[in-house]
Design a protein around this ligand. Sequence first.
Ligand SMILES: [Zn+2]
Length: 568
Amino acid sequence: MRYHVMALAGLLVTSQAQAAPDPTVHYSLKPVLTDGQLTAVEFDMRFQATQAQTEVDLPDRWARGKDYYKGLKDIEITGATAVSIPANRPAQRILTAAPGAEITVRYHVDANLKAGEEAPIATDMTYPVVGPNRFYILGESVWSTVAGTDERPVTFSADMPAGWAFASNLQDLTSLHGNDSDVAESILVGGTDLHIESIQTSHTRLRIASAGRFDFTLADFTDRTERIIATEQAFWNDGQPSFLVTLAPISPEPGHMSSHGEGRPGAFAIMTVPDAPLETVTFSLAHEYFHSWNPEKLGQTESGADEALSYWFSEGFTDYYGRKLAFKAGVVSLEQFIAEWNEALDRYANSPHRTAPNTELRDHQWADETWHKIAYDRGSILAAYLNAEWRTKGVTLDRFIHTLRDKVAADPGLAAMPTEQRVASVAAGLGVPASEELARFIDRGEAITLPEDAFGGCIRVIMKTVPDVDYGFDLKTFHDTHIFRGVKPDSPAYTAGLRDGMAFLTFKDKDSSDSSMPATFEVRDTDGKTQTITYLPQGKTSHVRQQLMVPAGLTADQAKACAAAITS
Ligand SMILES: [Zn+2]
């Protein structure tokens, strides 16, 4: 405290200044209650200035969200002799303060939900959700950081009112990086109705923090989560000391099936509509938990915009293993495993960017979902392709990825290589050179065709000619007005009873890009009567795609042997 006063008075004496300023940044948060209701969450950052000018970055933008600093109220900065906002950089503050001066940056974020409301679908986890009894916040949207090249050590505390529970990955900084990158990538959940379950697996103290109501039971969700985590830890024979899964609701909206998952250091955050099928959440959890190793322990990813150059590996191989290990964990059936793969193969076959070079994928990464997804699908299909090819030489993809983990841990030079080069180097060391395949399928974007026995066991990868998806009405008018127009008289939609002028009420199944899956709408006809219309959204043109299938009539023993082959 004395130090603080002296710095403020500009009297920093040499004898006091001998100890170098402490680089640690102390973060804390506190719910603000009015008449027992949460009206705001207060955020506080405290640190010592290490040089005459310090730049503080207020939360600004992140993958899907932006302008977070505009939501911060009553920004108060103490301990500096001057604070300025640079021209054209409204999210930054330049602080003038003697080295060693104690700086505090404080502000709050106001409640944005009323009693009984849940987060709207549009949230997409891009802004803080603050209701009367609960908050659900990703760190990117609220925390400020001290700019500079060095990552600073951090501490974290939360000051909860009586009767409130709180969960965050920041509660166990020792198992994270322990620096300000963790704070940006935090999940912060608190509330009066937050339920926290704590389970000890062989490697990890697993906490599941959930609030709100869902169609699935919490016991079922917890069981699946635990089995996925245990299976992936067994796969790697490794696991971090603690892991947090958070689950919070999005308010249901007719016609939308929405689930969002965000991987965080030492945590996975899920927001979902109450009627989301547990399988969707399960695959997503298996994918996200696999990120604890890929890319976390498999070498550095490219930095900045170039990070997307490695998505075929960090996301695609993670999709491959997420599906495989979810199946191995026994939380999805063989049918669900096959359906998940077929959805990916179908998306890939239909993708307008199927043969785009990897640099184009990088350049358009956030342009839209089709650009974003292609690296995932290309990567997971390549993983299956390489596994099949290498297996003939006695090397499985599992052996490759375990070797990669071990070699990266032992060799910083390998860890720092570009992803493609690193993968090729480890593969070559195992006697399965891969640079030619990587140049073809990743760099140049040539289409990948899986061999028939790529998945082993009884699963066959077959070629199928399938009709292109055509809903048979004008999609643009439909999206803009929710009224069906331009229904083609020779379409399956018309045959099923759909007519111009009908009003859309709800979807009865998920929006699909697969023409073999029925589209079912509830509509109101022009007489005001409600009807259900079901048809296959098949157009007159077609495309060829690969798909997984299992021969009909397998005995139980055959099915079991088949399953074992997929996961071996
Ligand atoms: Zn991912």
